[in-house]
Design a protein around this ligand. Structure first.
Ligand code: 5MM
Length: 335
């Protein structure tokens, strides 16, 4: 089990973070069509291999979460994608859930599926070079949500997933995402996120998951995106730290936040403040999807052959976040 702890620490060492490039084909199609690029396996690969061969992969990106399609693809030089990522000095990982579906018993909420046949799929991914995995539970906030049922069912699935992943010698990323959609206050986000995370750890412990060999991927504590009572970055950082300090067991080596719909700069600034005020022993880094890729995707969409230009944009964003993961970012470093 020390091996898993070492991998988790390596992924997040020296301000390194995780690139979440695990958009399923449906989501990736939305992203590409949003910038007027046709979503073909070739275009999805071209954008992703452009990112994975960027220079920031060596010093800033400790791990890349892949989707099933990508982990089985070869780049233009016929190198398998996990091998390319390893050669760049990063760890390949894989999303293993099969998506969030309607939760029977509370049809306005979601339960993440993918446990059936997971043990066999994990063996295949391990053979393909994956060193870590990801599973995301989603929760929405409203007066009655997340319900006890959704909190319990998703925590149980996250724990069963994590136990199987460790059995197969990979590090599970545990991602309970409390969505920012809605008009709720930051205090409500704090209450619900605390409840969700505490339940996850109760189940992880029950399922005998070694907490030293996981990475937690939570949301930051924010007011809902439709709330009129937005809070400052300082308050986001302080509430986020308070929530995690009170709900995450000290054995957990690292926390890598999702960006959840924050703008690129907001996600960087908030991470920087979290690290400035960090009064815990946890490494606090990033596992961003949109907040790492948005500008690079926009640039690339205008000229998909401009590899170098796209990489420059991506390198900058990764560098900013790696500085933020050490509390060393400042506004004037932005272009
Ligand atoms: C990259 O997006 C992932 C979700 O993909 P699907 O919806 O296609 O399954 C998502 O899990 C992502 O890894 C996390 O939410 C973090 O991404 P953001 O954009 O929130 O930082």
């Amino acid at each position: 089990m020390t091996e898993l702890n070492n991998i988790a620490l390596k992924i997040l060492e020296k301000g390194k973070g995780i690139l979440a490039a695990d958009e399923s084909t449906g989501t990736m199609t939305k992203r590409l069509e949003g910038v007027n690029v046709i979503s073909t396996p070739e275009n999805r690969l071209l954008f992703r291999e452009t990112l994975f061969s960027s220079s920031c992969m060596t010093k800033c990106i400790g791990g890349v979460i892949l989707y099933d399609e990508t982990i089985k693809q070869k780049n233009s030089k016929k190198i398998m994608i996990p091998e390319l990522i390893s050669k760049m000095g990063s760890y390949p990982g894989i999303k293993v859930d099969t998506g969030a579906k309607v939760l029977s018993g509370s049809p306005d909420e979601k339960i993440t599926e993918g446990l059936d046949g997971l043990r066999e799929r994990l063996k295949e991914y391990y053979q393909l070079g994956a060193k870590f995995t990801k599973w995301r539970g989603v929760y929405n906030i409203s007066k009655n949500f997340p319900s006890k049922l959704s909190i319990h069912a998703n925590a149980n699935a996250l724990a069963r997933y994590s136990a199987l992943v460790q059995e197969c010698n990979m590090v599970p990323i545990v991602e309970p995402e409390v969505l920012m959609d809605g008009d709720h206050s930051a205090d409500e986000c704090y209450q619900k996120t605390s409840e969700v995370i505490k339940k996850c750890f109760e189940e992880l412990i029950l399922h005998k998951v070694d907490l030293k060999g996981i990475i937690l991927k939570p949301n930051m504590i924010l007011a809902g995106n439709k709330s009129n009572n937005k809070i400052s970055g300082d308050e986001v950082a302080k509430l986020t730290l308070k929530c995690l300090k009170n709900s995450v067991p000290s054995e957990v080596p690292g926390i890598a936040f999702l960006s959840g719909g924050q703008s690129e700069k907001e996600a960087t600034e908030n991470l920087n403040l979290i690290n400035k005020y960090n009064n815990t022993n946890f490494i606090m880094s990033y596992s961003y999807g949109r907040a790492l890729q948005q500008s690079a995707l926009k640039f690339w969409s205008k000229n998909i052959q401009n590899i170098e230009g796209t990489q420059k944009v991506f390198n900058h964003r990764a560098k900013m976040n790696t500085l933020a993961a050490q509390g060393k970012w400042s506004k004037d470093l932005e272009i």
